[in-house]
Design a protein around this ligand. Structure first.
Ligand code: F6R
Length: 366
């Protein structure tokens, strides 16, 4: 049932090229440069006339929501707020009929997310779901939505659910950006062609597993780790830290790289591994200077870089290369080495990878 893998988590990590392809199927027609999603087409006026999009979710799904905030604002120029469902539902939030709420949930059963949906509906908002489990409570409670088609996710630590959530949300952002003219036809086509390469690129990336494993062996006994990223990859830093915490029980914090100097920099010494996403677009130069600050405090630097990078390679203790793509699409790639890293560390520490202590796959109580 584990398809020859030692754990469901590893199987599910390796299923991602297929899972992302399944998420595209029937939606992204790369040869025609088209995105067809009837759930978006049928509600296009609601999305395009929305005052804002409010994304509600928990845990890893909330991280996918944060990536979506960057995607929707960049590609479709629609204001987005991302909320922990548990906070949103209890703070007497301002919701109007002009708001679109997107609820993201792998299981479709998360109690707080479900309650946030009910609240938003009672205020007249249009609620759209991004779920993996077909026929789940959240899928049924939302007005419309899109399934991620990741297939069953058994490992408690979410992997393929996360990348397929980002995939669906990217397709929606692209579609809305095209529809409201925020994206030129050329930019839209470019994105589709780059998106279309992602499954193959993930497959390529999975081949570096041994390299990631050797890095895991070096840092498996760390007591604390920092994960840093900026822009589209800030949420990936949060997700990387969550994966490590969940299955290896090592304390880890994710931070926007520039926030480091506002506090966490005090933690850095020679015992602190710092995982930094430093892809060669967007904020590259700024991240390089963040890396230099870490270096001068003797922190250990493990950097995720774009293939062919030279600058970061000179400073970092270890680098992990990802294939080249558009900056907005890099989260689908940068997250893969972090999943593998957490997996290997947890295995080396003899932890129960698929069923970490104290955690459940669906959190049906608040
Ligand atoms: C992380 C993890 C949890 C879930 C969270 C939300 O690996 O599994 O943080 O992401 O409990 O679950 P769903 O997406 O089912 O609503």
């Amino acid at each position: 049932e584990k398809g020859g893998y030692d754990h469901f988590m590893l199987k599910e990590i390796h299923e991602q090229p297929k899972a992302i392809t399944d998420t595209f199927r029937g939606r992204m027609l790369a040869d025609k440069n088209m995105i067809k999603m009837s759930s978006v087409d049928l509600n296009l006026d609601k999305f395009l006339n929305a005052n804002r999009i409010i994304i509600v979710a928990c845990g890893t799904s909330w991280h996918a929501g944060l990536v979506a905030e960057y995607l929707f604002e960049d590609m479709a120029r629609i204001p987005v707020e991302v909320e922990y469902a548990s906070e949103f539902r209890y703070r007497n939030p301002i919701i109007t009929e002009k708001d679109v709420v997107i609820a993201i949930s792998q299981s479709g059963e998360t109690a707080d997310t479900l309650a946030a949906i009910k609240l938003a509906k009672s205020k007249g908002a249009f609620v759209y779901g991004v779920c993996n489990v077909v026929g789940s409570s959240i899928a049924r409670e939302t007005h419309s939505g899109a399934y991620t088609h990741a297939g069953p996710e058994i490992g408690v630590a979410s992997t393929k659910a996360f990348t397929t959530q980002i995939t669906v949300l990217t397709l929606i952002a692209l579609k809305l950006g095209k529809a409201n003219g925020s994206l030129s036809d050329q930019a839209f086509k470019d994105y589709i062609q780059k998106m279309n390469r992602i499954p193959k690129q993930v497959e390529e990336l999975l081949k570096i597993d041994d390299h990631v494993k050797s890095i895991a062996a070096v840092y498996k006994d760390a007591k604390n780790c920092l994960y840093l990223g900026r822009g589209f990859n800030f949420p990936v830093a949060l997700e990387g830290a969550l994966k490590l915490k969940e299955i290896s029980y090592i304390h880890a914090e994710g931070y926007p790289a520039a926030e480091m100097k506002h506090g966490p920099i005090a933690l850095i010494d020679e015992n602190m591994p710092i995982f930094v996403i430093a892809t060669n677009k967007g904020h590259y130069e700024k991240v390089v200077s963040n890396i230099q600050e870490i270096k001068s405090r003797a922190g250990k630097i493990i950097a995720i870089v774009t293939v062919g990078d030279t600058q970061v390679k000179e400073i970092a203790d270890h680098t992990i290369e990802i294939p080249d793509t558009q900056e907005a699409l890099t989260p689908l790639l940068t997250t893969i080495p972090f999943q593998l890293l957490s997996y290997h560390i947890a295995v080396m520490l003899n932890k129960n990878v698929d069923q970490p202590r104290n955690l459940a796959k669906s959190v049906t109580v608040e």
